[in-house]
Ligand binder design. Structure first.
Ligand SMILES: [Zn+2]
Length: 343
């Protein structure tokens, strides 16, 4: 580690040389590398966190560039998976950091291996289903996680340290009804950056203090109004009656809750994930698809714009998942999947 790179950060008294060493030894998983995740990944890479595992299921879309750090028009043109595009850019920013990208969706069957050997999980997701799954694995493995969420110009951050703070289920019994999404209300870059920065500040505090600095408040912001609000969650923890952290219920980790098909927020796209996970030979599939329309292949996914359905695009990943662009109708997306992807 070249200390000159981190000189200004080491000069900051609460971090110092010892804190910098702790950052260099830290292992962090970032789940979701969209707006929040890419901003978090960049900040932690520049800060010198030694190891980052970046997990994302999606590819870079033109509508992402308004707010998602790290991505470029070239990534859009080549249908780059976000985890791969982000990793390449991050490695250019700081070659001392070990970056491990994973192009996959997170589900109950793989989350244990995806967070294995990480000291901290950063929430870069855009949906409650994945957050509840993270909450379950965090409680199960005693791994802290820092939750963040943004919609329009508003957002909130809170820290979950198993058996030391309230967990997500202390706060919410289940996935709240989606009365508002970034599809209906949009989202602005500055709000995302504020929330990602607050999450990263908490990560730096947790890592450099060796786990002794825990912020037990939920921070709620409205970037447009310029308002900050702090809600102390200590009493929620003290009076908890939570099936997940006082009991040991793991509804999402056990697979009792969760779905195989999901509309991707703000994307006019649906992900279809087959129950039987399998590896697809994308090059062979490309040969099959050639007569059917326009195709494009990179090492991680195969893209098809079918002649007979030109308003839709199919992005097929090696693990058998597909993201169908051009619809939010789950049934239509499943029909297209079954028509084009061999079972
Ligand atoms: Zn709880």
């Amino acid at each position: 580690m070249n200390p000159d790179r981190y000189r200004k950060q080491i000069l900051f008294q609460p971090i110092g040389s010892e804190g910098q060493q702790r950052l260099a030894s830290a292992r962090v998983a970032i789940i979701g590398c969209g707006a929040l995740g890419s901003s978090i990944a960049e900040t932690l890479t520049r800060a010198g966190v030694g190891y980052l595992r970046i997990i994302d299921r999606d590819f870079v879309d033109l509508s992402n560039l308004q707010r998602q750090h790290l991505f470029t028009e070239a990534d859009v043109a080549s249908h780059q998976p976000k985890a791969i595009a982000a990793s390449q850019r991050l490695q250019e920013i700081n070659s001392e950091v070990t970056i491990e990208p994973h192009v996959t969706d997170v589900h109950s069957g793989n989350i244990a291996s995806l967070v294995h050997s990480c000291d901290l999980i950063m929430d870069g997701t855009d949906n409650f289903e994945t957050r509840f799954l993270i909450n379950d694995i965090a409680l199960e493995t005693s791994t802290p996680w820092i939750s963040g969420g943004v919609i329009a110009a508003r957002g909130q951050v809170f820290t979950i340290v198993p058996q030391q703070t309230a967990c997500l289920r202390c706060l919410l019994d289940g996935e709240p009804p989606q009365t508002e999404t970034c599809d209906t209300s949009g989202v602005i870059g500055p709000a995302v950056n504020i929330i990602a920065s607050l999450q990263c500040t908490r990560a730096l505090q947790w890592i450099t203090s060796a786990g002794s600095h825990i912020d037990r408040r939920m921070t709620i912001i409205d970037a447009w109004e310029g308002s900050f609000q702090q809600v102390d969650l200590t009493s929620l923890w003290q009076n908890r009656d939570c099936p997940a952290c006082t009991g040991s219920e793991r509804l999402w980790l056990s697979g009792k809750r969760g779905s195989q098909s999901t509309a991707l927020c703000g994307r006019n796209a649906v992900q279809i994930a087959p129950a039987d996970r399998r590896t697809i030979d994308l090059a062979a599939q490309a040969e099959q698809w050639k007569p059917l329309g326009q195709i494009s292949l990179n090492p991680f996914l195969l893209w098809l714009q079918p002649q007979e359905s030109p308003d839709h695009e199919i992005h097929l990943f090696r693990d058998g998942r597909a993201i169908i662009k051009g619809t939010e109708d789950l049934a239509l997306a499943r029909t297209l999947y079954n028509r084009y992807v061999p079972s």
